[in-house]
Design a protein around this ligand. Structure first.
Ligand code: ACO
Length: 307
């Protein structure tokens, strides 16, 4: 068995739909206001896919951009993973549809861990490469959350956006790449964020459609409380496992669910505010399409990279 080798992100790509939905547009759809959304979430606008566009379309465009960034062809890949809570359909998995579209004849599977899916997928890819099982893995986080959003529910419809992000994960020089990660889950809180119907627990019926049970349902304040704690604890664990100090971190890429959660984490980490990426104002919460640290499960995950 050869020694474990370091693995990291070699290239990235992303895609967002062009249609912009602003807070002012939402004012015309539900009983809300730009002021409420800005002050409670920090979100100003989000991107929304059109009716014909599905998650694998966004995934494909982000994947193509990542391959171009890497100077690689799809035939150079050894595996494809897609993290999503909005697959094109229940099955086959979205990675399978993406694999066919890219023309790569490789292993392909989805990871379903809510907003934490991309971090989980990167961690799995790292281990598959570290062990020499594979050389180059395409990891995509892609969501069309607009398709599972209840556009009559003001407590959720103001929060989400559609997007895809892709990374090519491969071997990197010693001391670089994914240095450590922290993953976790607390299923006792599973009810706080879910799509109630459509699975084996509550199959689709006229009643489930009438009761709007096929849309994302969330206990916002419950998730908020959990999110602040999870983001802090899991980041601290990942930093510890990477063998570095929090003050060594030059850039934090937090999940953009709510910019108040990012502010709370920034305060706790005692890092200058400009070390935190903030783009939630323009894109909202794009779930697995962002790097992330908490989500449905309820789950959490963080990883430390040396670029
Ligand atoms: N516009 C106006 N008023 C609203 C809106 C809205 N869009 N939404 C809710 N309200 C009202 C409520 O009805 C409530 O009114 P009441 O006091 O008369 O009952 C009041 O505003 C306060 O509601 P809260 O839900 O307590 O508001 P809060 O400050 O907690 O903000 C929010 C809600 C933004 C959802 C927040 O709880 C949050 O960000 N939670 C975390 C969400 C999250 O991080 N999800 C991540 C995972 S997503 C995934 O995995 C796919």
């Amino acid at each position: 068995m050869p020694d474990l080798r370091p693995a990291g992100i070699l290239a990235t790509g992303s895609y967002t739909p062009t249609r912009v939905l602003t807070n002012f547009d939402l004012e015309k759809m539900v009983d809300t206001s730009d002021e409420w959304i800005r002050t409670r979430t920090g979100i100003v606008e989000r991107r929304i896919a059109d009716e014909e566009t599905v998650t694998s379309d966004l995934a494909f465009l982000a994947a193509e951009a990542a391959l171009a960034d890497a100077g690689m062809a799809a035939s150079d890949l050894d595996a494809i993973m897609v993290a999503t809570v909005t697959p094109d359909m229940f099955f086959p998995c979205t990675a399978s549809l993406l694999q066919h579209r890219l023309g790569a004849s490789v292993a392909a599977f989805d990871i379903l861990v809510g907003c934490t899916g991309f971090v989980y997928a990167l961690a799995v890819a790292r281990e598959m490469i570290s062990s020499h099982a594979y050389n180059h893995i395409l990891v995509v986080g892609a969501e069309t959350l607009s398709k599972i959003t209840d556009w009559e529910d003001r407590s959720t419809c103001v929060l989400f956006g559609d997007a895809a992000g892709a990374a090519i994960v491969g071997p990197v020089p010693e001391g670089r790449g994914i240095l450590g990660y922290s993953l976790g889950n607390d299923g006792s809180n599973a009810d706080a964020l879910k799509i109630p119907a459509g699975g084996s627990g509550l199959p689709a019926s006229h009643e489930t459609v009438d009761q709007r049970l096929h849309y994302l349902a969330m206990n916002g304040p419950e998730v908020f409380k959990f999110a602040v704690r999870a983001m802090i604890d899991s980041s601290e664990e990942a930093v510890r496992k990477a063998g570095v100090q929090m003050t060594d971190i030059s850039l934090v890429i937090p999940h953009q669910a709510n910019l108040r959660i990012v502010d709370a984490a920034a305060k706790r980490f005692h890092l200058p505010s400009d070390r935190f990426v903030r783009n939630g104002d323009r894109y909202g919460n794009t779930s697995a399409a962002t790097i992330s640290s908490f989500g449905a499960g309820l789950s959490w995950g963080s990883l430390v990279l040396r670029w």
